[in-house]
Design a protein around this ligand. Structure first.
Ligand SMILES: [Cu+2]
Length: 236
């Protein structure tokens, strides 16, 4: 009797969830890809065979936008945070990944894969800020973010071009768009939600934040796409 009860709960919790997919694109004249000069630190320059391109504004030939963080708001999530740590790697004097969602309380491993000095400096507004050097012999430091926060950046004080964006969530229903502007968020409990798409601030294109409403129905894939224009802002 007890077993039957447990298995029916499992079936219910799996059945009442859906998938959200979509594309974020850019409307208007894009700008040329910009390369990052790294000659100031020979170790950085030497770690790349070819030019390193800026990741702050990347579109494909159809103007689909990479590195947009998309998240669902107000989802009830009572599971534990993942055991696997989130990774912020300093590799070739670039942060990998360029933007990511991290769960509140999840272990975050900050790696230095380079044979050079980095200084990692968090510009969080709600979470505690940190600012410490990682000489080439320091390969790993662990931290956590304890409060929910919309995207903020972390920079390197040694290499002014280095910047990565982090947002802190209390659920795992977020994703970053790939090189073709696509995102996919799975296993969202059925319900009606606000979904936010966010792209970082850029001196020319300003940045983008847009919220839309979607109803997730069980066992189905819902589609929600966004379009960024030059001059959009991070409006609430
Ligand atoms: Cu650095």
């Amino acid at each position: 009797m007890f077993k039957v009860f447990i298995s029916s709960i499992l079936v219910l919790s799996i059945a009442f969830s859906g998938t959200l997919v979509g594309t974020v694109s850019f409307e208007g004249k894009t700008k040329k890809p910009r390369s990052i000069p790294m000659d100031a630190d020979p170790v950085c320059g030497a770690s790349h065979g070819e030019k390193v391109m800026s990741e702050s504004f990347v579109v494909d030939k159809d103007k689909n936008l990479k590195n947009v963080l998309v998240w669902v708001e107000g989802v009830n999530y009572n599971n534990d945070v993942p055991k696997e740590p989130a990774i912020i790697d300093q590799k070739g004097c670039v942060y990998v990944p360029h933007v990511q969602g991290i769960l509140k309380g999840q272990k975050v491993l900050i790696k230095n894969s380079d044979a050079t000095l980095h200084n990692i400096h968090s510009m969080a507004k709600i979470n505690n800020q940190f600012n410490f050097a990682m000489p080439k012999v320091v390969k790993e430091k662990a931290t956590t973010f304890d409060k929910l926060e919309e995207p903020f950046y972390i920079k390197c004080d040694v290499h002014p071009w280095m910047k990565t964006w982090v947002s802190v969530f209390d659920h795992p229903f977020f994703a970053t768009t790939d090189e073709n502007g696509n995102y996919q968020i799975e296993n969202i409990p059925a319900g009606t939600y606000t979904v936010v798409a966010w792209h970082e601030m850029d001196s020319k294109f300003k940045g983008f934040k847009e919220a839309k409403t979607i109803t997730i129905t069980k066992d189905e894939s819902s589609n929600l796409s966004f379009k960024m224009k030059k001059g959009d802002k991070h409006k609430k």
